[in-house]
Design a protein around this ligand. Structure first.
Ligand code: SAM
Ligand code: SF4
Length: 330
């Protein structure tokens, strides 16, 4: 089968799959308190998700990341991982999961048994009150228990933290110390204008350029060449010995080497996180048990891939795209 290469010569080797738009938290930058979730029949079934993943692996995708919404709230998620996990070493190099950690204590061992070796856990604050304000749910203790369980199960952990001007800016150095002290990489993320929320995002936007300058004023930061085919850039914090990443879609362009496409929980393939270019794969998938039409549609979709994303800080108060990160997958 021919590998997927977009019109700008970039090979598609990474697929991010959102398995649900539902979540057990309501982070202020991500969704509204009264978020309206998709009706269940709209979602791809576990079997359909498995078939789509297999089709992409057959076309050269080597890494799969499962996300959401919160992937651990999706019924059948572990079965999906077990199915997909059988392709590890047969075209597929890695399966990873991005989770808020709330239910990780229950599922960590299952994840490991299914072939997952690395998880990204989102932690925006280590202070219970601040966590509760950001996530609108009092779940920090569960998340920390989940992280302990993941470590015991043998999973490598990376922490994701969205940098927020008012809520956690002052806490970022402590988060780095904590993560590095436990042997975890940590990545800061700038808020992105995706989907309607209850607040104005401009108000919480914190440029990571200034965060980095701040960190560099009391730590020695050494640029690392590490690239993951995505928007993160890494430095080594010499004093802690740990790795710190910055995901800065608003202030830096990361599109040139981008190898990623994203599949929503309804089967829409988005060719870029910050762009509307997309193609529905659910219809061709449901139209026939044979994958020919599906592969034709994937080929047509890849031709739509834009050169780069379309975020602008001046337009931050209005979402660049109407869809939430929880639908497309972060
Ligand atoms: N629920 C899981 C979690 O929180 O890790 C997985 C899905 S979540 C959409 C993936 C990542 O996207 C999280 O690290 C989250 O903090 C981040 N995120 C969500 N909405 C965002 C936004 N508007 N801008 C930047 N990052 C966002
Ligand atoms: Fe849920 Fe993740 Fe969005 Fe927070 S960022 S509301 S945990 S999907």
């Amino acid at each position: 089968m021919t590998p997927l290469v977009d019109p700008f010569g970039r090979a598609i080797t990474y697929l991010r799959v959102s398995v649900t738009d539902r979540c057990d938290l309501r982070c202020v930058y991500c969704m509204s308190e009264r978020m309206r979730f998709l009706p269940r029949p709209e979602l791809l079934s576990i079997e359909e998700l498995d078939r789509l993943c297999a089709a992409f692996v057959a076309r050269g995708v080597r890494r799969l990341r499962f996300t959401g919404g919160e992937p651990l709230v999706r019924r059948g998620f572990i079965d999906l991982l077990k199915g997909v996990g059988r392709r590890l070493g047969r075209g597929l190099d890695e399966i990873t999961v991005t989770t808020n950690g709330v239910q990780l204590a229950e599922f960590a061992e299952d994840l490991f048994r299914a072939g997952v070796r690395r998880v990204n856990v989102s932690v925006d604050s280590l202070d219970r009150e601040t966590f509760k304000r950001i996530a609108r749910r009092d779940r920090l203790p569960q998340v920390l228990e989940g992280i302990d369980a993941a470590e015991r199960a043998g999973l490598k952990i990376k922490i994701n933290t969205v940098a927020l001007k008012h809520d956690n800016a002052h806490e970022l150095p402590d988060l780095v110390r904590w993560a590095h002290g436990r042997g975890f990489d940590i990545t800061f993320i700038e808020t992105m204008p995706l989907g309607e929320i209850d607040e104005d995002r401009t108000d919480q936007f914190l440029s990571l350029t200034s965060v980095r300058e701040d960190m560099a004023s009391y730590w020695r930061l050494t640029d690392l060449p590490d690239r993951t085919g995505g928007p993160a850039r890494y430095v080594r914090v010499e004093e802690t010995g740990g790795r710190l990443g910055f995901i800065t879609p608003m202030t830096h362009n990361f599109c040139e080497g981008c190898s990623r496409v994203r599949l929503t929980c309804t089967g829409k393939l988005y060719l870029c996180l910050g762009h509307e270019a997309a193609m529905d794969l659910r219809e061709p998938l449901r139209a026939s048990a044979d994958d020919a039409l599906l592969h034709e549609t994937i080929d047509a979709a890849i031709l739509l891939r834009p050169k780069g994303h379309d975020f602008q800080i001046e337009r931050m108060s209005k979402p660049a795209t109407a869809r939430h990160m929880s639908v497309t997958g972060g």
